[in-house]
Design a protein around this ligand. Sequence first.
Ligand code: FAD
Ligand code: FES
Length: 257
Amino acid sequence: MKKFIGDFVVSENIPLKNNHFLLKLTQAEPLPLMLPGQFVQLKIDDTSSAFLRRTFSINYVDRIKNEIWLLIQVVGDGTRSLSKYKIGDSLNLIYPLGNSFSMPTVTQSRLLLVGGGVGVAPLLFLGAILAEKGYLPSFLIGARNVDGLIELEKFQQFGDVYVTTEDGSAGEIGFVTNHSILKNAFDKIYTCGPTPMMQAIAQFADNKSIDCEVSLENKMACGIGACLCCVTQTHQGNQCVCTDGPVFKTNELVWQI
Ligand SMILES: Cc1cc2nc3c(=O)[nH]c(=O)nc-3n(C[C@H](O)[C@H](O)[C@H](O)COP(=O)(O)OP(=O)(O)OC[C@H]3O[C@@H](n4cnc5c(N)ncnc54)[C@H](O)[C@@H]3O)c2cc1C
Ligand code: FES
């Protein structure tokens, strides 16, 4: 897919709970095709420590407003600086990068999207596209506590939402892998979040022979397959998460589960 580099303008920057914010970016040109699972690399000019571009999943594409949404958690200097961007500020993006989640086959209709923490970000766009295609996906969202549950009301627009928290402050208590919804039958699972969560979901899917895709968030630098800092081990050898991924079928990955 063709990649672009260009300046965007902040159209909204909405503070959310638990050190998250939703950054909405727009540009004059109509946005090109972007697929769920793809990401952008963003240049933060005003922080010397954020010399390298920062990587964020596409959270949603609003075609009517010509906006890309990024759901971001403040973890360091770059994301802290971004959280302060105001309407009208400019940001340079390389987009859209990476591959994408695959659409269900004709025999796959019972779809489960499992997200943890800020790993829910690409699942909103995926859920929106699946709903547009006539599916009713189930979302299973996990967090440490109720404050870590982000964008729930947006997920509810596209499917059924189930929740777990480790402290029981919302939904069922425990990890996503403990949720009773997993007793239901599913044809395909998509997941993104902390590595132990994705590994546990991959193991669950493998045990039940369910097709499963993960979006990996290995640390990245160049984002275009040149520096090899993002490689992951697969049964076909080492692959770059930035160009061969970030989405992989779980049975392609060599994981120590
Ligand atoms: C494909 C991909 C998609 C991503 N999507 C999102 C997203 O939608 N929303 C979001 O908030 N973040 C996302 N990330 C993570 C995001 O890129 C980092 O949080 C960000 O670069 C940190 O920048 P910083 O300058 O604030 O922190 P830094 O100062 O660079 O680092 C601060 C802390 O964050 C850790 N960190 C840095 N990069 C990563 C990473 N890739 N994964 C885990 N920890 C990291 C560092 O180890 C350090 O402890 C994604 C990463 C990848 C590779
Ligand atoms: S980030 Fe440089 S090769 Fe993937």
